[in-house]
Design a protein around this ligand. Structure first.
Ligand SMILES: NC(=O)C1=CN([C@@H]2O[C@H](COP(=O)(O)OP(=O)(O)OC[C@H]3O[C@@H](n4cnc5c(N)ncnc54)[C@H](O)[C@@H]3O)[C@@H](O)[C@H]2O)C=CC1
Ligand SMILES: Nc1nc(O)c(N)c(N[C@@H]2O[C@H](COP(=O)(O)O)[C@@H](O)[C@H]2O)n1
Length: 284
């Protein structure tokens, strides 16, 4: 029996305000839309949802580069319901290398047509796609062929922070064993490149560096769905605390239009991020 279970009506109703336009209930077939679908903040970009599972002390992994199961079975089912709703699922190279994730949708009844496009941001091509689970699943028609977002080979200037997409079906990226430092790409460029390739919605699942960066860019993120598992990881774990803005008048992000729902033992917090100038003042 599949470890991924169908969501209840209540669970779907809780999530639907945070899903991309055209979100649908897998039970009722492709045509059946869930109500309350959103529009992307910026029509030049896909609808973007940031989602991850954290411990109560704000950690996403037990140690750097270590795959760690934080969320319980009910939120795992939620993740697959969510993956059903998006054109693409994106992770950073650190997660691809550490977790070798499948990034496909295993929700009951999901067909190859329903599969999201796996996308890995890997500027220096350190992820061994040819040996990966994503590659294997694509060959078995259980997932789509992954795309790798990398830096263009011919850059006019070292300050250029644009990107190119390598489509697995066209060519397999070569692995670069000598990669030392990762050239940063503007997140807006990444999202624009995806939109240009026909991706209208993307769910970003991590890992830690990606989450930290994006929590400081609320203007690019439409919704956030965070699973909080009832556990503490403790010192040495991988935190997702974003860098503080230089001005004490600002927070990295705040979450508006929030909702909370319990899935099994986990609490899911969902909301819409915005830039806030209301700092949390230290108590006097
Ligand atoms: N609990 C959860 O929900 C999740 C936990 N994780 C955990 O997170 C850890 C991995 O996190 P990290 O090591 O921080 O890796 P990461 O997955 O955040 O990837 C970071 C790498 O992605 C690339 N990258 C990201 N943004 C970029 C940009 N704007 N421009 C250019 N390159 C960019 C770079 O190569 C960078 O080194 C693993 O332990 C994994 O298990 C990962 C996903 C979800
Ligand atoms: N929802 C959730 N809970 C956790 O406890 C996690 N560690 C993650 N990690 C994310 O899920 C990916 C694994 O996906 P597959 O099951 O292999 O398809 C992993 O790479 C993270 O992105 N998520």
């Amino acid at each position: 029996m599949s470890e991924v279970k169908r969501l209840t009506g209540d669970e779907m109703r809780f999530l639907e305000r945070f899903l991309p336009p055209g979100a649908r209930s897998p039970e009722s077939g492709r045509g059946a839309l869930l109500s309350g679908a959103n529009m992307a903040k910026d029509e030049k970009l896909p609808f973007v949802t940031l989602t991850y599972a954290q411990s109560l002390d704000g950690m996403v992994a037990f140690a750097p580069g270590q795959r760690t199961t934080i969320s319980g079975p009910a939120t795992k089912s939620m993740t697959h319901f969510l993956r059903y709703q998006y054109d693409a699922i994106l992770v950073g190279a650190g997660t691809a290398v550490a977790d070798d994730p499948a990034l496909n949708c295993r929700y009951p009844g999901a067909t190859l047509d329903d599969q999201p496009r796996p996308v890995v941001v890997d500027p220096n091509l350190r992820f061994r796609l040819a040996d990966s689970k994503m590659h294997q699943l694509a060959k078995e028609h259980k997932g789509k062929g992954p795309w790798i977002i990398t830096r263009p080979k011919t850059l006019d200037s070292p300050m250029d922070r644009s990107c190119e997409i390598i489509d697995w079906t066209d060519r397999m990226p070569e692995v670069n064993d000598n990669a030392v430092s990762d050239g940063s790409i503007f997140w807006r460029s990444i999202l624009q490149a995806l939109k240009h390739k026909g991706i209208n919605s993307v769910m970003i699942e991590g890992g830690a560096s990606v989450i930290k960066d994006l929590l400081r860019l609320p203007e690019l993120i439409d919704t956030i769905i965070i699973t909080m598992a009832p556990t503490f990881i403790g010192q040495g774990g991988v935190s997702i605390a974003p860098r503080r803005p230089p001005s004490a008048e600002e927070n990295p992000s705040s979450l508006g239009d929030r909702s909370y729902h319990q899935f099994g033992k986990d609490i899911v917090v969902a909301g819409k991020p915005y830039s806030s100038r209301a700092p949390l003042h230290p108590s006097r």
